[in-house]
Design a protein around this ligand. Structure first.
Ligand code: MV4
Length: 480
């Protein structure tokens, strides 16, 4: 493998190219007209303009990207996350054109793209799943019977859904029919597939996911968990590894279950198996993401691995260079997603120019970044600017480092979620480790953030006054 094309943009394009360069592999960037001056374009050995700003005219054009790959003698395509990364037709088109898709085979992507197909694939493997049904349901009477036997509240989910789209909580039988009809019509218009199914609603779960890695020779390992419960409207905000609630026994059980999920679909490459953990620490398999995830760096830091390097090695057909027993968790890592969104204005995208943009640096601080000072933020794509990642020997140390790094990160010209990140890191519920997926809804409001700012301004003013008085006193002191 001599040349890799990265079919993505921003921080993840740069992240992938960094490892390719380290391995002596040439890199090709693709870009849209909106990204002419983007850092990922300059970072690559070669770069090709593939279309207009909207992603359906550029980063989503699989055929065009394959044509570019062929003309530049590209050996493999890394899709990053989002865009074409979980598109089985694209993976298949790569396979047919003799270009290595750095990811699982199309079959695994297809199975895991459907929640019902995923449930079906793993059913012989004894993996804990939330009580519910494993087939699409349209008959309301049947749905009522099932809901009664599971017990309310229940959750209606779209089989083709993702990121919480098409989910509806039903508290009582009287609401079931209308909610079910809504879920079906929503799923039909959003995904072109109206299949919905029913699960028991787990009311205050934690979201814990397991990183897996598989080679093409049947070896599968897990690289422990990431805790991703701190999210806002299904958008993750802070992720960490390890989770403060898993015991070594539970960690091993979840890891084993994740490996079985990967084996159930003949998985190859990096993947993530999502679980819910309830109050009694029962875990349930939810779904599998068949890509490298945004939050992969926290796993890299606590396991001392380079997940992109492992992806490339297994894509070249190599045997996994590490065994399960070689792996252990050392230290604690946190990741904060930094978005160009205004936390004081309903997290609306904050457009404009990065007048000042200075990254924090230092031991234990990693920033996976896709932007630089002077750039305009394109409105066409996800507004994530970077990921701020800290690593310490303990959770407390990683949190302190994160607060310090947020303060040292200088951004002017636009609003960002940095203050929101500080709010989370300084919150008692976060620090104690006692939180669930409702953290943001429960504790965050713009008033709470403003109040925190006010207190900080007051303290800063008091310190300044105290300092001033001390200086005055010194001046008045007689010489001795
Ligand atoms: C659930 C659930 C409670 N009970 N399933 C949301 C996204 C999708 N991946 C699955 N999700 C959920 N499924 C049952 N049976 C609660 C959620 C959920 C959630 C899960 C993970 C992280 C954040 C979440 C926020 C709200 C709801």
């Amino acid at each position: 493998m001599k040349k890799i094309l990265v079919a993505n943009r921003g921080e993840i394009a740069i992240r992938v190219m960094r490892t390719a360069k380290k391995m002596g592999i040439k890199t090709v960037a693709v870009y849209s007209t909106a990204d002419r001056n983007a850092p990922h374009v300059r970072y690559a050995d070669e770069a090709v303009l593939i279309g207009e700003a909207p992603s359906n005219q550029s980063y989503l054009l699989g055929d065009k990207i394959i044509a570019v790959s062929k003309s530049l003698n590209v050996d493999a395509i890394h899709p990053g996350y989002g865009f074409l990364s979980e598109n089985p037709d694209f993976a298949e088109a790569c396979e047919e054109n003799n270009i290595t898709f750095i990811g699982p085979r199309s079959k695994a992507i297809r199975i895991m793209g459907s929640k019902l197909a995923a449930k079906d694939a793993v059913k012989e493997y004894n993996i804990p799943m939330v009580p519910g049904i494993d087939e699409a349901i349209t008959d309301v009477k049947k749905a009522k019977d099932i809901a009664k036997s599971i017990g309310y509240p229940i959750l209606i989910k779209a089989s083709a859904g993702g990121g919480g789209k098409g989910m509806r909580v039903v508290e009582k039988e009287a609401d079931l029919e209308s909610q079910m009809n809504r879920a079906i019509s929503e799923a039909t218009s959003a995904f072109g597939d109206g299949s919905v199914f029913i699960e028991k609603y787990v009311t205050s779960p934690r979201h814990i996911e397991i990183q897996v890695m598989a080679d093409a020779h049947g070896n599968v390992i897990h690289l422990f968990e990431r805790e991703c419960s701190i999210q806002r409207r299904h958008q993750k905000v802070v992720e960490e590894a390890p989770s403060s609630v898993l015991t070594p026994e539970l960690r091993e059980q979840m890891g084993e279950a994740a490996i079985k999920v990967a084996k159930a679909c003949d998985y190859v490459g990096a993947g993530t198996v999502e679980f819910l953990l309830d109050d009694d620490k029962n875990f349930y398999f939810l779904e599998m993401n068949t890509r490298l995830q945004v939050e992969h760096p926290v796993t890299e830091l606590v396991t001392g691995t380079d997940l992109v390097e492992l992806q490339i090695k297994v894509a070249r057909g190599e045997t996994l260079p590490i065994k399960q027993e070689d792996l252990n968790i050392e230290g604690h890592a946190l990741e904060l997603r930094v978005y160009a969104e205004d936390p004081l204005n309903d997290f609306l995208p904050s457009v404009g120019r990065l007048d000042i943009y200075k990254l924090p640096v230092g031991k234990g601080i990693r920033v996976d970044n896709g932007f630089e000072e002077g750039m305009d933020i394109p409105i066409y794509y996800d507004p994530m600017l970077s990921k701020l990642i800290t690593f310490g020997s303990t959770r407390e140390e990683a949190i302190q480092l994160m607060i310090k790094a947020i303060r040292a990160y200088k951004i002017e010209g636009i609003q960002t979620t940095l203050p929101f990140g500080a709010f989370v890191c300084e919150h008692e519920a976060f620090r104690s480790g006692d939180f669930d997926t409702h953290f943001v809804k429960k504790y965050y409001s713009k008033e709470a953030l403003k109040a925190k700012h006010k207190d900080e301004a007051k303290i800063a003013a008091l310190i300044a006054v105290k300092h001033y008085m001390e200086e005055q006193n010194k001046l008045r002191l007689p010489n001795n």
